[in-house]
Design a protein around this ligand. Structure first.
Ligand SMILES: Nc1ncnc2c1ncn2[C@@H]1O[C@H](COP(=O)(O)OP(=O)(O)O)[C@@H](O)[C@H]1O
Ligand SMILES: [Mg+2]
Length: 374
């Protein structure tokens, strides 16, 4: 896709010269002759990536334009054009939040070089901003869900109790069986959502050896006969991993959720191989879960951590298939986000998935995320 640049200068020759240079490089250029025009264009063309703006212009001077752009479109880097460069003007412009400045007559190489940097900066800021929004959204959804779930728990316990009573009286009743399946599904969702709140605040954090934790979890999973007999396990643990300060359950619960997904994904694969690897990776501990399962469609990847996103049938819907609630990875995200965890997913449909969790070493969980949300 062509990147769009807005060029603002009252001198039509300069607009023409710079546009020619930029268009020859494959940029799409829109031009304005003054600040008022510039803001109009920014308001209607939503996808402008970088603004290049003259400092001295009639109607609205460059510094005023810079201030307005900064306020209205904080993610758009602005490069200022100056007729003369003394250190003072340059510093002043940078202090006011310009990305950088360019002296006239414009040097082609410096112009293109600066633009490259400005676009890279824009991408970085955009990503940061999106992550921030995502975190905020997740936290808000989490709080809302916890509230709803708490309020649902009591009536559900009552419904469940009466259903059991009725089932004792009418053990063959099909409608009651269906009700009972749905009740256990709701219970499962509620348990999942309440898990984090029941943990309390920062309880029991200690130094944890991730390799040992994984070995324990695998032992625990052997109680599941499908896991024990049908899944080939390849475990490759790096013995020199440092310990990590964490709550044991935050890690074990998250790893179990990811392993469960791998096992589910392989339920119809001929080769069912779960590969668990630990490694040190740029100051983080990487725990990678590889499977030879169905894989994940590319369009699903951005939604994996959304609450209730599932591609599996719900309990009682399709006999024999693994079922889902869409809360596994959501809780994983909630549990590990306080540790600054990152997730990397590589997947090929029909071949399998590598799901990696990266945990920064020596980073204690932040207080705020350890309470309130699920
Ligand atoms: N290893 C994996 N292989 C294939 N799909 C996966 C894998 N891990 C996660 N997914 C996809 O992500 C979805 C969400 O996972 P999760 O939040 O654990 O919910 P659930 O397992 O209840 O569906 C799953 O329904 C599945 O489509
Ligand atoms: Mg799951």
């Amino acid at each position: 896709m062509e990147e769009k640049i807005l060029l603002v200068d009252d001198d039509s020759i300069i607009r023409e010269v710079i546009s020619d240079i930029l268009e020859a490089e494959g940029y799409q250029v829109m031009t304005g002759a003054n600040g008022v025009e510039a803001l109009d264009i920014l308001g209607s063309a939503k996808d402008i990536g970088v603004v290049i703006c003259d400092i001295k212009m009639p109607k609205m001077g460059g510094e005023e334009v810079l201030r307005k752009i900064h306020f209205l479109y904080p993610l758009i880097p602005v490069i200022m054009l100056t007729g003369f460069v003394d250190l003072e003007t340059a510093l002043e412009v940078m202090r006011r939040g310009a990305f950088d400045y360019l002296a006239k007559p414009v040097d082609d190489d410096r112009l293109l070089d600066l633009l490259k940097k400005a676009f890279a900066h824009r991408d970085k800021m955009k990503k940061k901003f999106e992550n921030h929004i995502k975190r905020e959204k997740m936290a808000a959804v989490g709080k809302l869900l916890t509230g709803i779930v708490h309020n649902l728990n009591n009536p559900l316990t009552t419904i469940s109790g009466y259903t059991e009573l009725l089932q004792r009286k009418y053990p063959e009743n099909e409608a009651l069986k269906k009700i009972s399946i749905q009740i256990s599904r709701m219970n499962e969702i509620i348990d999942n959502m309440m898990y984090k709140t029941s943990q309390g605040q920062n309880r029991g954090k200690k130094a944890i050896n991730i390799n040992r934790l994984l070995t324990e979890e695998l032992k625990f999973l052997e109680a599941d006969l499908n896991f024990k007999h049908n899944i080939e396990k390849v475990v490759d643990l790096n013995p020199s991993l440092p310990e990590i300060i964490a709550e044991y359950n935050d890690l074990s619960q998250s790893f179990l959720n990811v392993i469960e997904n791998s096992v589910d994904a392989m339920y119809r694969s001929k080769v069912k191989r779960l590969t668990i690897t630990t490694a040190l990776n740029n100051g983080s501990i990487m725990v990678k879960f590889g499977d030879t399962g169905d894989g994940i469609k590319e369009e699903d990847i951005p939604r994996l951590f959304d609450p209730f996103f599932t591609t599996k049938p719900l309990k009682g819907e399709e006999e024999g298939k693994p079922t889902g609630t869409g809360l596994g990875l959501y809780s994983c995200y909630q549990l590990l986000q306080p540790y600054g965890a990152n997730f990397e997913i590589k997947s090929k449909v029909g071949k399998g998935t590598d799901f990696s969790i990266l945990l920064p070493i020596n980073k204690e969980p932040m207080q705020e995320s350890c309470n309130g949300t699920v």
